[in-house]
Design a protein around this ligand. Sequence first.
Ligand code: KIV
Length: 280
Amino acid sequence: MRLTIRDVRKMKNNGNPLVMLTAYDATSARLAEKAGVPMILVGDTLGMVVQGHDSTIPVKLEHMIYHCSIVARVTQKPLIVGDLPFMTYSISPEQALENAGHLMQDGGVSCVKLEGGEHMAPTVDRIVHSGIPVMGHIGLTPQSVNQFGGFRVQGKQLDSARQLIRDALMIQDAGAFSIVLELVPSRLAKLISELLDIPTIGIGAGVHCDGQVQVFHDILALFEDFIPRHTKRYSHIGDMIQSALTTYRTEVEERAFPTKENGFSMDDVVIETLYKEFGK
Ligand code: KIV
């Protein structure tokens, strides 16, 4: 039985921290589930860590559907959240509803996530009231990186902090079941978490959020383009893979791999006959 949005709400009420991790394919999703991660986000960060772009902007709905459907198919227990990518929900609430429906029907996700505050409230309302749970996402919203002029902390000044509080309350009132706070000062994230009934899930928003989300490739040091300050590297898998691949190349070049143990035998008579027939 998968975790539900009801369970997520209960976890906030009971003071249990929520754990969310991104995953994009069968291997990462299975590893996350085996580690007991209760919420998997198929994030549009796949544009950077899987597709190799320098932002999430090139990601299309069909890419999200493809990756979400893999993650949903190979997991049993985690709640699967699918990101609505850039320009798939900002034109109108109707456009957003249609695309959220595709992500749910064809991608197999239990809920969708979209970026934006106050101005997205009517869209969240439209999707939620059609039966699709929505996770909000405010603060640094990466799809608007060009508008922000870079990946910067949001809400440091009084006006922008007030706006973030308004954003959070309006997304909650529109019916979102939880909200990601990205790159928000820790004390502001604490205040927002106290003000909201729905859980906040932080990334670069301090320890007082109701939960945390991290990117799979960041916490395993698989993504080397830059190291976000908000992440912690729990292992250096990237270095380990690099060294293993170098050893593989060297062993093949030196004919040290494969060994006899990696091969398959055949009857002497058969091979000798073949040599007589075809051998030079
Ligand atoms: O796309 C993503 O992975 C995200 C997280 C960084 C929250 O939105």
